[in-house]
Design a protein around this ligand. Structure first.
Ligand code: ZN
Length: 240
């Protein structure tokens, strides 16, 4: 199997379309989504319908959670909050129900998927260093787990110790566990504006992070036309 593993799409349809086209060119035959389909950018309904039509294993992200509820938005930064209030108005009740029904953690064949962390998936903490990764490894019962949420691709490896690899590609070794952040399709934050996703080849036992240029200008124009905060358009070009 060749899995295309993607997440943190954040309603960026141009980036999502580019990732799907590339994954087909890369001969991927299975899809897995790590959540945050909506929030920030201007095509939440379109992105949700695209992912729903793919009918692939999907876990819930914090923006999926907030966008599908009616409760007040507490712990969010002001940008995320104004985008989420806008997003709630764009989604149908049926689309919100699809988001509500998503699980926090799933096992897909021989690997695990989660949006934020394995040690406390519902609290939406961030794995930003190897100590955070260690906490998730304690709850990781498969060799391989994919996650997102920080919008920064990272490969953590656990053998005797936990370390963060410098590479964006890894050949999986027996007896070693991997906790891999696939980066973000629709709002990368590692200083590289290009869309990010991962290809997991289960026959070759390899994982590779892919980066792709997409039609950024169209995405930015849609954000401005929608009346969303313009800084959301500007940050896309910076990868922040
Ligand atoms: Zn996100």
């Amino acid at each position: 199997m060749r899995y295309a593993i993607f997440g943190d799409i954040h309603a960026n349809l141009e980036a999502l379309t580019t990732v799907i086209e590339d994954s087909q060119a890369q001969r991927c035959n299975s899809y897995v989504c790590l959540g945050d389909v909506v929030g920030y950018n201007a095509n939440p309904g379109e992105c949700l319908e695209q992912v729903r039509a793919m009918d692939c294993p999907t876990v819930k992200g914090n923006h999926d959670d907030e966008a599908s509820q009616e409760s007040s938005l507490d712990d969010l930064n002001p940008l995320a909050e104004s985008a989420l209030l806008w997003t709630r108005k764009q989604l149908s009740e049926d689309q919100k129900q699809w988001l509500r029904d998503l699980k926090l953690v799933r096992q897909v064949r021989d690997f695990t998927i989660v949006h934020a962390t394995l040690d406390s998936p519902a609290s939406w903490a961030y794995v930003s260093n190897r100590f955070d990764a260690m906490a998730s490894f304690s709850y990781q019962f498969t060799q391989l787990c994919f996650y997102g949420h920080t919008h920064t691709p990272r490969i953590y490896e656990k053998s005797d110790t936990v370390q963060c690899l410098r590479e964006t590609e890894v050949n999986l070794r027996r007896g070693v566990k991997y906790f891999i952040n696939i980066g973000s399709v629709g709002q990368p934050r590692d200083g590289d504006w290009r869309a990010s996703y991962a290809i997991y080849d289960s026959d070759n036992q390899s994982v590779k992070i892919q980066r792709l240029e997409y039609d950024l200008r169209t995405t930015q124009q849609k954000i401005r036309d929608a009346g969303l905060p313009t800084i959301l358009a500007e940050r896309l070009a910076l990868g922040r």
